[in-house]
Design a protein around this ligand. Structure first.
Ligand code: HPA
Ligand code: ZN
Length: 339
């Protein structure tokens, strides 16, 4: 199973670039930029990464981001993630970034996006990894701050495919950002939103109807509303599920209790993603392995996660056909070897 998962081409659709900051780079950037961090050693960092819920993670995650100052820092962060993609056979990735985490500290919007974008462009040439960029609004901040961020993004619209919504979910419902999302849609951006991770199923339905999202990030609490589940199946609404994240943040008590395989077998367009891999203990292969180990799955079912991700991705039809051909070729080879 390990060999099959390693060889299977993968597509990632839910990845916060700030969540890929590994302790080693955290320390290097802290030194390079003379920024103090609340840890003495990499071992101490590991001990601090014990979370009880989403907020306990976010508090540490925003602190870590303080070491990102210069365009080169954003490049280095993104490039390190892309090298991990190469290791895990991730052939296409759609990356979130949180500009407000940085602009609130006085970092220019251009510094952030130019560093990330330069790494993505280089990966297309050097690593044959294609990508898209999604700008998230921090939902614990207000509507005016989100509108300012949308304005800052307009000169870079060619680099951004969609806008999203992340950070503290409970108490920050989708309707808080309805007008901002209307503005983003009018500017030609697609939309996505984190919903139904810690928040109720109604946040999922309201993200669909009010924010016109093309995908739901997480969405695992959809099962609390059977009519919503039927709607997700009928409309093939993709859910970008993050298994290891959900265990670390205690959305489920164990991987055996995670509902991702149940959702897949019901016919939902569920996908596997790593969310904030430096904090949650695993990149794409680790997430696939953890799901496959806890649930009895056959290779075709595992490959279905990749086909769902291709269907759910924001690439062109032509690009989807190219990705499907890559996966089909590899899959028939692997299944022949297995027989
Ligand atoms: N949920 C909400 N906000 C986030 C997450 C998440 O899993 N990761 C980074 N920001
Ligand atoms: Zn997320």
């Amino acid at each position: 199973m390990r060999d099959f998962i390693q060889a299977l081409p993968k597509i990632e659709l839910h990845l916060h670039i700030e969540g890929t900051l590994e302790p080693e780079l955290l320390f290097e950037l802290a030194r390079r930029n003379n920024v103090s961090i609340p840890f003495e050693s990499e071992a101490e960092v590991g001990e601090a990464y014990e979370f009880t819920d989403l907020q306990s993670f976010l508090d540490i995650y925003y602190q870590g981001a303080n070491v990102l100052i210069h365009e080169q820092d954003f490049f280095d962060l993104t490039w390190a993630y892309l090298l991990r993609c190469q290791q895990d056979n991730v052939v296409h990735t759609e990356i979130f970034f949180d500009p407000q985490t940085h602009t609130e500290r006085g970092i220019e919007f251009d510094t952030i996006i130019n560093g990330i974008h330069r790494a993505l462009a280089q990966a297309e040439v050097d690593l044959q990894i294609t990508s898209r960029l999604i700008m998230c609004f921090l939902r614990h901040l207000d509507e005016a701050a989100a509108f300012t961020t949308l304005e800052q993004a307009l000169p870079h619209r060619d680099k951004i495919i969609a806008v999203g919504l992340d950070s503290s979910e409970k108490g920050n419902p989708p309707e808080k950002f309805q007008r901002v999302f209307e503005g983003a849609l009018a500017e030609g951006f697609l939309t996505v939103a984190h919903a139904g991770e810690e928040g109720p199923a109604s946040y999922i339905s309201n993200s669909l109807s009010l924010l016109k999202v093309s995908r739901i990030d997480h969405g695992v609490r959809c099962v609390e509303d059977p009519a919503l589940v039927e709607r997700l199946i009928a409309d093939r609404v993709p859910l970008t599920v993050c298994p290891l994240s959900n265990i670390k943040l205690r959305v489920f008590d164990s991987m055996a209790q995670h509902n991702i395989v149940e959702l897949l077998r019901k016919g939902l367009c569920v996908t596997i993603n790593s969310d904030d891999p430096a904090y949650f203990g695993g990149y794409m292969n680790d997430n696939f392995l953890a799901v496959a180990a806890a649930h009895s799955m056959n290779p075709r079912e595992i490959a279905q996660f990749t086909f769902n991700a291709i269907e759910a991705s924001f690439t062109s039809t032509h690009e989807k056909q190219r990705l499907e051909a890559i996966v089909n070729d590899e899959l028939s080879l692997l299944l022949r070897q297995a027989d």
